[in-house]
Design a protein around this ligand. Sequence first.
Ligand code: S3P
Length: 179
Amino acid sequence: MKRNVVLVGFMGSGKTTIGRKLAEQLDYRFVDTDRIIEERAGGPISQLFEERGEASFRELESDVVAELADETGLVIASGGGTVLDDDNVELLKRQGFLVYLRTDSSVIYGRVKDSRKRPLLNVPDPLLEIERLLQSRVKTYEKVADLTVDTGANTVGKVIESIRESLAKLKRSGDDVSD
Ligand code: S3P
């Protein structure tokens, strides 16, 4: 039976870019929890944070996770904070192989500094905030992950290759993630 591949990691770690391509190659459906939330909220996440607060966003995020948890054949790009919630992790692990895309703060900063899409980084010193948040989250990302892949120095192609190699190994060992 097809299961899911769930990409986890900090903002700007490449979950969407890698997820889309991986889904294409595996012939899985790509879903991005942030995009589903935006569709439901009827506007961008930054607006949702501003008008209804982070707690509201987190509730919507957990609803989306619960709905996706029992589907199969998905590559799911989670939000950077999704796996900080234990219930979300439990749900995602039901069908999912969790891949942490590890990226360091300077690379993240380079990728997100010109974007206005991330309300948590809309602060006077975004680099410092990235370092602070990353430090507080990194243990969780590592703990929940079935596989960790470095994205900083690797090309998108290499990252995908590593993920696919692990999936193939799982398949050979019988703990299957694909058909
Ligand atoms: C968040 C990451 C964002 C989005 C929201 C909160 C976080 O997703 O879910 O702004 O807590 O790290 P991306 O990781 O896709 O940017």
